[in-house]
Every structure is written in C-alpha cells, then in structure tokens.
Design a protein around this ligand. Structure first.
Ligand SMILES: Cc1ncc(COP(=O)(O)O)c(C=O)c1O
Length: 445
C-alpha cells in the first residue's frame, strides 16, 4: 500500500459483511453497548490513517479509535518491536504489585515493557515534578486511582468537577462525569462532589459566562466566600480535563485555568488533570495541561499508552502496602510495549510539531468553507471540534462522511470530533477537508 497515493474508496457502506459482523457482535454484546457500522478488517492491508473494512471499503480514519491509536495503523516501529518481542504465553502477567518482568537489561531495550513505559512516562511528566506511576488497565481506572491518591493524601472528603466532564464509566469515575445523563443516572455517587462551570467558549472574561462575577470566581464563591458551601479544610482535589473531549471539545481560556490553579494552591487541594484523551502529543504538546497556566499534581493518562496510568510525585502515593493494586495493571507486556514505542516515535518523529501544523491546516480549511451550518471550529493540535447549528446537521455530517469514506466522531450535543493520527500528512488533511466540503454542501442544500 502506497500511503502517498491512497484515497478513500467506498461503495455504499456498511456492506453485507459489515452488517453481518455487527449482528454477530450484537448477538453476544450487552444490549446497552452499540458499535459503529464500520468493521475494521484486521487481515487486509492498512497504513497511517487508511484501513479497510470487511467488505473491502478503504477508509480515511479520523478517529484513531477514539485517540487510542495515535500512530495510526501498522506503524513500522511498533510492528518491528512486536515481531522482535515475539509473543509468548503468558503475554499478561500479574504485574503491578505482584511480579515484575523485563527483557535484559532493564531500561535499555528495543522491546520495552511496563517498567520502561513507566520510565518514559515520568520523563514526560518531569516538568511537573511527577516521578512515580501506578499502571492500570484503562482510563477509568487511571482516574479511580488518581482520586484515591488525592483523597488519601489530603484527607479531604470534598471535590470539585466541571460541567461537561467525562472521566470514565466505572462507579467511582462516573461520579465526576457531567457530560451525558445516561452515564450516571440512577447509580449511587461518591459523596461530596460539587460541580463548577467549565470554560465553554475560550472567552470567560470578555463574554461574562458567569464563572467570574463581581471580581470573584465561581470556585471562590463555592469555597472561599462567607456563603460558600464547601469547607476549604475538607477540599481534597479539583479534577478537570485540560481540553474537554466527550463533553463537546471545549477549549478553556487561560483566565479560567489560572483560577483553577490558584484555588487549588490557596486551599491546599490537589489538581488532578485527566489527560486520557488530550494527553501524549495529541494537542501538539505532551500534555493538554502544557497549554494552560496550571501545574497538575496528579495526571491520569490512558488511550495512547494502551494501558491506564496514574502519575504523581512519590510523596503523594500512599506508602502502605496494597493500598493500590491490580492483577493486570502493569502486566500486559504487549500493550506496554506498544505504549512505550508510541512515546518514542512521537518524540523521534517530531509528531507534536506535526500535530500542531496539521491541526492548524485542518481548522483553517474548515473555517474557510464558511458554511452557514457551522457555528464554531476549535481545538488544539489534532483534537479538532466543529460545532454545528443543530444536532441534525451533526448527524447528517457524520453519516455523510461515513458514506464518503471518512470516519469521524461526535461529542457534546452538536459537535463533530476529529482525532486523526499524529503523523497525519498534508495530503491526508486535504483529502479530509475536501470530503467535508462536499458533505457540508449537501447538508446545506
Ligand atoms: C477524558 C477521558 N477520561 C477518561 C476516559 C475513560 O477511559 P477508558 O474508556 O479507557 O476507561 C476517557 C475515554 O474516552 C476520556 O476521554
């Protein structure tokens, strides 16, 4: 497959095999889950953002499996490392606090494992002074452990999260979700979690979104003022995404972020940054937090790592044995290898620079279309959101792109989410732009 000349090539998807595969999947899967009609064919050729479905349709994938495959399909470095490792059973061991495993010598290897993954992760969280990692299996578990660390370290019982937030679907993590009611409705919640406004329009101060009023912020009104209902002594942490994904691809302004940091400092609360979607190069920096005037105390990461990771300074983690534990956390050798090589490639191939450039190109292209159904184009790096004037327009655009061979996602109420691989090429961004142009033209008419 020559990546430089490929173009999406689809024939009325989903085809018969995709329909059959989805039916087969759904005959066993929990009924509350759902799958997109795109069915990736693991045996057919794929490269970069291009992949086939089981009917032989060739797609341009601008979802990266919800940001979890930032190097796209079959990056040669990852493929080589997997071949070199040679997969032996067991490829998963009971690995975080039971046994350790490594190829020899530890740290210095072409086939990195969980230990090397932790080593690399602390290199890229070093600027925040975070030097210790707890590996787990998913983003939600990374969040669970981040909040456990924060509750245990501070001894506080109150916490603040933000409207539109998404932190995962396990029972603890979902107590901090404020995006869609369906995630939380009817489930018992962690007590003492309060909601503040996330900066929705990058214009808190100018627009008067309500977060700042009479020289005071909403956080200050909740915690510090005489009418505040959170005892500052009891505030354990504030948890936030540096850029909201699921909640509508919202990009906060500096004033809002600075105030979040200030409040955490003033009341000795920890700032927990959920970097599961925005982290690890996607926004053009290692962390979404790097764009903001704040310094997280705890980082929750996942997706691109192929495992979950909670990163903090050593003093924050509980020292008592077995306070945190997981059988598979840190034990998945194949996943850890892919996560570690992904970090290497992001660095070696300057993919953060590329994400910034390509993201700018994509946003400018969509803005230039000047479509009357587009309300806003926003994002950082290759985390791009296009908000439409209505939910129906969003749905029509997602469906239209799918029919034309471009895979996209939605988020919030009426926003399109584009998360292409970080090594996206100029030609591929143009291809997506021209598909969007055609789809928008037909939606407008
Ligand atoms: C910001 C954020 N936090 C947490 C999660 C949960 O991660 P996982 O689905 O791996 O549990 C996600 C998943 O989309 C996410 O985007």
């Amino acid at each position: 497959m020559d990546r430089d000349s490929l173009e999406p090539d689809v024939d009325s998807p989903p085809g018969p095999r995709a329909r059959e595969a989805v039916d087969y999947h759904m005959s066993y899967a929990a009924t509350s889950t759902y799958v997109y009609p795109f069915v990736y064919d693991v045996e057919r050729p794929a490269t970069g953002p291009f992949c086939h479905d089981v009917d032989g349709n060739l797609y341009l994938d601008f979802t990266s499996h919800v940001a979890s495959t930032p190097l796209g399909y079959r990056h040669p470095r990852v493929t080589e490392a997997l071949e070199e490792l040679g997969v032996q059973a067991p490829s998963k061991i009971a690995g975080q606090d039971f046994y350790s495993s490594t190829v020899w010598p530890p740290g210095d290897t072409d086939t990195p494992g969980p230990r090397e993954l932790m080593d690399r992760l602390t290199d890229v969280t070093g600027e925040y002074g975070l030097d210790t990692v707890f590996l787990s299996n998913s983003g939600a578990e990374a969040v669970e452990n981040a909040v456990k660390v924060a509750y245990a370290y501070t001894g506080g019982r109150e916490a603040v999260c933000f409207d539109g937030a998404f932190h995962g679907r396990t029972l603890g993590a979902l107590s901090f979700n404020r995006s869609k009611g369906v995630h939380r409705r009817g489930y018992p919640q962690v007590a003492g979690v309060h909601t503040a406004s996330y900066c929705s329009q990058r214009r808190c101060v100018d627009d008067g979104c309500g977060f700042f009023r009479d020289g005071e912020s909403e956080l200050e009104r909740m915690i510090g003022s005489k009418d505040g209902y959170i005892d500052p002594e009891d505030l354990a942490f504030v948890i936030a995404e540096p850029l909201q994904g699921e909640g509508g691809l919202r990009v906060p302004c500096d004033e809002w972020a600075r105030e979040v940091e200030r409040v955490c400092d003033e009341y000795d609360a920890l700032l927990v940054a959920d970097e599961i979607q925005a982290g690890l190069g996607r926004t053009g920096e290692w962390w979404g937090s790097d764009h903001l005037p704040w310094e997280p105390d705890v980082v929750a990461a996942g997706k691109a790592l192929q495992v979950g990771a909670t990163v903090a300074s050593e003093e924050l983690f509980p020292s008592e044995e077995a306070r945190l534990s997981s059988t598979w956390g840190g034990g998945d050798l194949v996943a850890s290898l892919q996560g570690a090589v992904t970090l290497d490639v992001i660095e070696e191939e300057d993919l953060m620079e590329n994400a910034s450039e390509r993201g700018r190109q994509l946003r400018e292209h969509i803005e230039d279309l000047d479509s009357p159904v587009v309300e806003d184009v926003r994002g950082r790096g290759l985390m791009v959101g296009v908000e439409f004037t209505s939910r129906e327009h969003l749905k029509d655009v997602v469906d239209g792109c799918f029919s034309d061979g471009l895979l996209t996602l939605s988020c919030g109420r009426k926003t399109l989410r584009l998360l292409p691989p970080l090594d996206l090429r100029e030609r591929e961004a143009e291809l997506a732009g021209s598909i969007l142009r055609d789809v928008l033209a037909s939606v407008e008419s």
